[in-house]
Design a protein around this ligand. Structure first.
Ligand code: GLU
Ligand code: MG
Length: 467
């Protein structure tokens, strides 16, 4: 369980005592430097790195970094809000020692996620990890809930020996095909070894649908740890691929046409060690609370899209009949509904049952995405919101009248449309707080403006190697 306490100047209680022995251990293991990572509003992972000998100082006093990155776009240009985007100020990056790992794919390096606080020791309202920590704490305080989450990671392997910017798939063979598995046998075995060495329990790794595409799914953790893990897994995939002469793209749409890269979220609510998505009186064993939590997510999905699908390229992926879940509807094991109820095998439901949110990609900050999805679920729970009827099959086949009768809505088809929905959603805005909510709006509008007039192929290539 991730510590939910904020860092403080001088170090979180108990952490400083751990830093000295940890420094000695890391040094003995040949670790020269530690990567300190967070994900900005646009979804880009930004880092600072320190020599191992500086760990104790970083734990106590943090590492400086400007708050301006909260309004960076993914192309590194800068937009502004009332409070963010100025060249003034400094933040302190405090590593979470519970999540520090030695990077098996990058010899000589360790990695840790950070929380960002002000120089005065106050909460930084633009910190996505702090937002997620607080939302998880709110679920516990207001509803006695613990949550488990996992982020699926899809990516495309491209050849490293092609001109910069171009994508040439590094494998041939059909979707889910053994050909691909054999062609990338060494690389994916190294990847499994690295993830295992880093304590990441992998459920599956397989060749996916699109050209060069693979997917890895990992075990569920508390939401903050799951978000950290998603960042770590991508760092590891990138590093291992590079050692095999390959490039990887986590972009929502590597190419303008065809199936994209998803970052589906799996989420379940637990109380006192009991899974609320199994053993209840509701549909497929859901408890009334699990149904209301799911109903809350469903109700807020149009606005959530601005957080979970934050890139102009996200809307090249979010198209019907591509398993990306572009209709606000739910179904049991339905790959075209935005919410897929995963019930697990008979006899294993208590462990496995969860809900999968599909219109999420890896341009999204996993901290903002999980925090907002949880806030939406808590809103449904607080209102005892009823879960509508489920759907089966592909909702793309419904005509407008049938869709309306079933209450099935197409999610936003563009980033500006998603921003409109987000701006009108008081619940999500209140959960994020005004500073982060305004940053989300400004960054999304900035991204949309950056691609004005571009055709789909140019949009795909503009974001191909950004995330
Ligand atoms: N690649 C699909 C997406 O964009 C998901 C495929 C799957 O169901 O795993 O979300
Ligand atoms: Mg997949």
């Amino acid at each position: 369980m991730t510590t939910l306490a904020d860092p403080v100047p001088g170090g979180r209680p108990g952490e400083l005592e751990r830093a000295a022995p940890l420094t000695a251990e890391l040094t003995a293991r040949g670790v020269h430097g530690i990567v300190l990572a967070y994900v900005d509003t646009a979804g880009v992972t930004r880092v600072k790195a320190i020599p191992t000998a500086r760990l104790e100082a970083a734990v106590a006093w943090g590492v400086g970094m400007s708050p301006v990155f909260d309004t960076f776009l993914s192309d590194d240009s800068i937009v502004t809000t009332d409070v963010l985007g100025s060249p003034d100020g400094d933040l302190r990056l405090h590593p979470d020692l519970d999540r520090l790992v030695v990077l098996a794919g990058q010899p000589g390096w360790a990695w840790a996620p950070v929380d960002r606080i002000t120089q005065e020791g106050g909460r930084h309202p633009g910190c996505g990890r702090t937002f997620l920590r607080r939302t998880v704490a709110r679920a516990a305080a207001e509803h006695g809930l613990a949550l488990k989450a996992a982020v699926e990671v899809e990516w495309a392997f491209g050849r490293g020996d092609v001109p910069d910017g171009e994508f040439v798939p590094a494998v041939s063979g059909p979707a889910y095909g053994a050909v691909r598995q054999v062609e990338l046998s060494d690389c994916t075995a190294d990847l499994l070894a690295a993830l295992a060495a880093q304590g990441v329990d992998v459920d599956q790794i397989h060749p996916e649908y699109a050209a060069g595409q693979f997917e890895v799914s990992v075990g569920a953790l508390d939401p903050v740890a799951a978000a950290d893990r998603s960042v770590l897994v991508r760092q590891t995939i990138r590093a291992v691929a590079r050692r095999h002469g390959l490039r990887v793209s986590f972009a929502p749409a590597v190419l303008a046409e065809g199936v994209g890269n998803g970052g589906h979220l799996h989420l379940s609510c637990w109380r006192d060690g009991v899974n609320l998505h199994a053993g209840g009186d509701g549909r497929y064993g859901m408890t009334a609370e699990a149904e209301s939590f799911a109903a809350g997510v469903l109700a807020h999905l149009p606005a959530l899209t601005a957080v979970t699908a934050p890139s102009p390229a996200s809307y090249l992926r979010l198209r019907p009949s591509r398993w990306a879940g572009v209709f606000a509807a739910w179904g049991r094991e339905t790959r075209e509904a935005a919410l897929r109820m995963v019930t697990g095998s008979t006899g294993h439901q208590a462990q496995e049952s969860n809900m999968e949110v599909k219109p999420v990609d890896l341009a999204a900050s996993p901290y903002l995405a999980l925090g907002c999805v949880i806030a939406a679920g808590l809103d449904g729970l607080a209102a005892s919101l009823p879960l509508p009827e489920e759907i089966t099959g592909d909702p793309a086949r419904y005509g407008p009248d049938e869709a309306a009768a079933l209450g099935v809505r197409r999610l936003p088809v563009s980033l500006p449309e998603a921003v409109e929905e987000f701006r009108a959603d008081a619940v999500l805005r209140a959960a994020l707080g005004p500073v982060l909510a305004d940053a989300v709006t400004a960054v999304r509008l900035g991204e949309a403006e950056a691609v004005a007039g571009m055709d789909d192929a140019r949009v795909a290539s503009a974001y191909r190697w950004r995330y």
